[in-house]
Write a protein that binds this ligand. Structure first.
Ligand code: PEP
Length: 250
């Protein structure tokens, strides 16, 4: 049985003061979250603060990105050992905003995935198609290509020690959620693809859905057989809304 995971991606939002309020709200409601594991991914500069505030709770902390090198002359970058040092358990790799705005390729994402694992972090690997790719009927090809880059570099077993997030790009931050069946179809495709390579990995890996998840649609989405929770952007910035999503698997 896979434990559901709900991970909040705060993106480039928040301040020390707003994060104090958000964390107080989340911590207050955590006891009512019975089934799901919960994580939040703050901007780099607030990770240590959030990790400190999360101490003694079930809330895990993650980062939104990672450099693939251990240390050195990489101005502005943050490494895996640093993330581990400040209390991260997870790191998001290959988010569609990294791919689209910062030009990160499938191979860049695969190297970041490898670095996360090397330094003891659990990668949350984001995959998903653009609207025009869905309209062209090539969603599965895109997801296949994104997964294959990682499998080629790290092997199938590594996927079993990671989390996958299927995030159709047209549903991210747009208010347009994939229908539970649309999401389930791609999740089932991913799991079947992995099963061909290693059944145990396919059975074990958590596949999250991301794209305009809200308290009002989470129960239906997370109720699908291959959806094991969510990666949550906008709705993770409000404690009540985020907690409603976290309680969806209850
Ligand atoms: C995301 O950025 O990973 C995401 C799913 O955002 P939103 O929930 O705002 O669509």
């Amino acid at each position: 049985m896979r434990q559901p995971l709900v991970a909040g991606n705060w993106k480039m939002n928040g301040s020390a003061a707003s994060i104090d309020t958000l964390m107080a709200g989340i911590k207050q409601g955590l006891a009512e979250v019975k089934q799901a594991a919960v994580a939040v991914c703050p901007p780099y500069v607030y990770i240590a603060k959030v990790a400190d505030l999360a101490k003694g709770t079930k809330l895990a902390v993650g980062a939104q990105d990672i450099n693939d090198q251990e240390s050195g002359a990489h101005t502005g970058e943050v490494s895996g050992p640093m993330l581990k040092d400040v209390g991260c358990r997870y790191v998001i790799v290959g988010h569609s905003e990294r791919r689209a705005i910062y030009g990160e390729s499938d191979d860049d994402t695969a190297r970041k995935f490898a670095a996360a694992r090397k330094f003891g972090l659990t990668p949350i690997l984001c995959v998903g198609e653009l609207l025009e790719e869905r309209e062209q009927g090539i969603t599965e090809d895109v997801v296949n290509r994104q997964l294959d880059a990682v499998i080629k570099l790290e092997g199938i077993k590594a996927i079993g020690e990671a989390v996958i997030a299927y995030e159709p790009v047209w549903a991210i931050g747009t208010g347009k959620t994939a229908s539970p069946q649309q999401a389930q179809d791609v999740h089932a495709f991913i799991r079947a693809k992995l099963a061909k390579l290693d059944k145990a990995v396919a059975d074990k890996v958590q596949i999250l859905y991301g794209g305009s998840v809200k308290g009002s649609n989470a129960v239906e989405l997370f109720g699908m057989p291959d959806i094991d929770g969510g990666l949550i952007g906008g709705a993770s910035l409000t404690a009540d809304e985020f907690l409603a999503i976290c309680r969806a698997p209850n």
